[in-house]
Design a protein around this ligand. Sequence first.
Ligand code: ADP
Length: 428
Amino acid sequence: LAASSSSSTRQVKLDKECELRVEVGETPLRFRLLNGTAEIFGTELPPEIWLTFPPRLKFAVFTWYGATVELNGTTETDYTADETPMVSYVNVHAVLDGRRSRTKASSADAPGSSQGPRVIVVGPTDSGKSTLSKMLLSWAAKQGWKPTFVDLDIGQGSITIPGCIAATPIEMPIDSVEGLPLEMALVYYFGHTTPSVNAELYKVLVKELAQTLERQFSGNAEARAAGMVINTMGWIEGVGYELLLHAIDTFNANIVLVIGQEKLCSMLKDVLKNKPNVDVVKLQKSGGVVSRNAKVRQKSRNYRIREYFYGLTNDLSPHSHIASFNDLFVYRIGGGPQAPRSALPIGAEPSADPTRLVLVTINRDLLHSVLAVSFAKEPDQIISSNVAGFICITDIDIQRKKITYLAPSAGDLPSKFLIVGSLTWLET
Ligand code: ADP
C-alpha cells in the first residue's frame, strides 16, 4: 500500500477485485474510467467520461475484472488495495436478490401479503455502514428493483441535513458525485445530532416514519418486494443499543448486518434468537473506511447544511427573507429544562414530557438555528408530520420584531409551523 499525493494527470491500472481508495483534497478532482469496468460503491462508472468529485469526498473505485482509470488534480491521499470485503458484500446482495425474486413470484399468487427483505445495517461509527447501504441499494437498482433507503443516522445522514431521519425510494444506482436524490424523500426532523437529548422523541419519529412507509407499501407491491435498506447511527452502547433494538422491531427488519463488531453481533444474536425469521449476519469492515474525529464530524455536518442551501457546487441560490415575529410559529418538542431529580419530592419522577410541544418566544437565542418547516396543518400534528425543508435564522431584530432567514428558494414557506432543536449553522 503506497499512499501518494500528486497533482498531475496520471493513470492507475487496477487488477481484478482491487480498489483505488481516494481522499479528495481541498480542490475538486477530475476522474475517469479509461478501460475495463469499475464501480464506486455499487454504481458503475461510465466509460471515458470525466467526472468531477467535490473537495473532501472519500471514495473507492473497485473493479471486479480489472480496469484502468485516470486522475486529474490533487488528492489528499490515494492508494490501491487488493484486500477488500467486496465479495462478502456482493454475496449479501445475491441473497437479497433471491428473496426479492421469491417475494415477487409469491405476490402473484397472494397479492398484498408478501414482503421483500428488510435489511438493517448496524455497527460502530466509521465502520462503513452508509457505504454498505449505498452499495446494496445501487446493486439492487441496477437489477431493476426499487428498494427504499431508510436513514436513521441523525449524526451523518446521507439523505438530507443532520438531525433528521428520512427515507427515499432508490430507482437507479446512486450518483457517485451527487449522492442521494432529495425530491422524493420523506423527512422527519429530530433537531439534534445525538439521540440522548430526547431518546423518546427519536423513537416516536422512527415509529412515524415506519408507519408512513408501511402505508405507502400497502398499495405498492413493487416497493414491498424490493424491501428496505436501513442505515443506523454508530451509537451502539446503552441508549444507542436500545434504539437499535427499537429500530429492528419497528421496521420489522429480517436481516441484521453487523459490521466489524463481534460483541454487538453476539448480543444481537442472543436477543433475537427467539425470532427465527430474523437473520443476524456478521460482516468484515473495509480497511478503506476513513475514520473521522469529533471535529471532522462537526465540519462535515456544517458542509451538509451548506450543501442543502447552496448545492454541492454552489449551483443553488438560496434566498434571504424577512418575516414578522407573529407570522411564524416556532415550536420546540420536549422543551423546557427538566427538573433535576434532587429537586423533586422523594419518590417523584421528573415529569417533563419528551413529546410536549412548546411554543417558543422569539428572541436572539434563535439566531443561527436551523428550523424545519412542518407539513402540519395544526400544531397538534407537528410531531406526526414530516417536514418540507429547512430554513436558517440569520438575524433577529427585537426592536422591529423582524426575523431574517435563509430559505432554499424565494417562494413563501409551505407552512408557518416551524420546529427548532439544537442544530445551528453559521455561514462562513
Ligand atoms: P459509517 O456510516 O459507518 O459512519 P461510512 O460508510 O460513512 O461509515 O464511511 C466513512 C467514510 O469512509 C466515508 O467518507 C466513506 O466514503 C469512506 N469509505 C468507506 N469505504 C471506503 C473505501 N473502501 N475506500 C475509501 N473510502 C471509503
